[in-house]
Ligand binder design. Structure first.
Ligand code: PLP
Length: 360
């Protein structure tokens, strides 16, 4: 009776994960209490946490010279913390902005850094990635930041940009673990878990260990990545429930065949929806340049916005929910992360063709 949920985040979780969590919720392995009622420093949760890190390392092929942190504050907090941890006061940082989330990242660092917008897709309506040859990078930047997948605008990098010697920092909130990734090309990768990795409430930071030796800016211990690493991401009470659930999602992804398998599934799923849109004779429209289209979030518009409400209502009646586009863009958006089964995307494609036939 579960609907196909196309929400952008918090997003759908794999059904086997929800079932396992339901089964384990009342009594963790005979202890007589739930894992979320036990101390984060007790052997039960310490084991859950260590296993989650080991599984994430395997899933994403994280080299040993990278640290993994499980933190609170979502992706947005990390956007501010990267300035505090890796720049000196007022130091130059380079930002490549290809959508709404790249812009929010800028806001978080402006109080601490000299921000250079090295490339900006906004004048073009965030419909493409500015050509690499147009980027104005600074040789003395502390890092270069970009958003691997723009969740609202549906713009995705399909290659890792070459930025020379300056460490590359990337927001992978909405595409981490969706395909194989060469982590060694990055200084730092971060993301909120609530799209591909699990429930909202925990963020993952993958950072090259040598960068943690940078002095950074004056900051409290709780804002210090080095301290978090030393304290096993448990400087204070961590979000144990979220961490545990994310761990179940990592195990599920590994059992399903890992990132190689999800890359194949995700390519098929996205291909199916873009095909319906592109062959609709203009009834549906996606404005993103083909080479920059997202595999995870597909924004689209009906040629006649007065049909939007009927589209959403009929979709819900057919068991497909959360298709309304983000308020920044309007229209529709189908978010099809790893946990969205191919059957869900096939159902949506069939529905879209049928809706066009009835209303075209
Ligand atoms: N970056 C991207 C690409 C996102 O999609 C989002 C949220 O949807 C964020 C950052 C903000 O994440 P959070 O809400 O975890 O702070």
């Amino acid at each position: 009776s579960r609907a196909f949920n196309f929400a952008a985040g918090p997003a759908t979780l794999p059904e086997p994960v929800l079932r396992q969590a339901q089964e384990e919720l009342m009594d963790w392995h005979g202890v007589g209490a739930s894992i979320v009622e036990l101390s984060h420093r007790g052997p039960e949760f310490m084991e859950v946490a260590a296993q989650a890190e080991a599984d994430l390392r395997r899933l994403v092929s994280i080299p040993d010279d990278y640290a993994v942190l499980f933190l609170q504050g979502g992706a947005t907090a990390q956007q501010a913390l990267m300035a505090l941890n890796f720049t000196s006061p007022g130091q130059r940082v380079d930002y490549v902005v290809t959508g709404h989330w790249g812009k929010t990242a800028l806001k978080q660092v402006r109080p601490y850094c000299d921000v250079n917008v090295a490339a900006d897709g906004e004048p073009g309506g965030f419909r493409d990635i500015p050509g690499r040859e147009t980027w104005k990078l600074s040789p003395d930047a502390a890092y270069v930041h970009y958003t691997a997948n723009e969740t609202i605008h549906g713009v995705e990098f399909h290659d890792i940009p070459d930025v020379g010697e300056v460490p590359l920092f990337a927001d992978f909130s909405s595409s981490i673990a969706s395909e194989p990734l060469d982590v060694s090309r990055f200084g730092l990768i971060y993301g909120g878990a609530q799209k591909n990795l699990g429930p909202v409430g925990v963020a993952v930071v993958i950072v090259r260990r040598d960068l943690l030796e940078r002095a950074g800016q004056p900051r409290a211990e709780i804002l210090d990545y080095r301290a978090h690493l030393k304290g096993d991401s448990m400087l204070n009470t961590p979000p144990t429930w979220n961490w545990y659930l994310a761990g179940l999602v990592f195990k599920w992804m590994l059992a399903e065949g890992g990132v190689e398998e999800f890359a194949r599934r995700n390519a098929r799923k996205a291909g199916l929806l873009y095909d319906v849109i592109d062959h609709s004779g203009g009834f549906y429209r996606n404005d993103v340049a083909v080479a920059a289209r997202s595999r995870m979030n597909i924004p689209f518009f009906l040629h006649d916005p007065s049909l939007d409400a009927a589209f959403l209502e009929r979709a819900a009646q057919n068991g497909m929910i959360s298709l309304k586009g983000h308020r920044v863009l309007g229209g529709m958006r189908a978010s099809i992360y790893n946990a969205m089964p191919e059957a869900g995307v096939q159902a949506l494609a069939t529905f879209m063709r049928d809706f066009q036939q009835r209303n075209g």
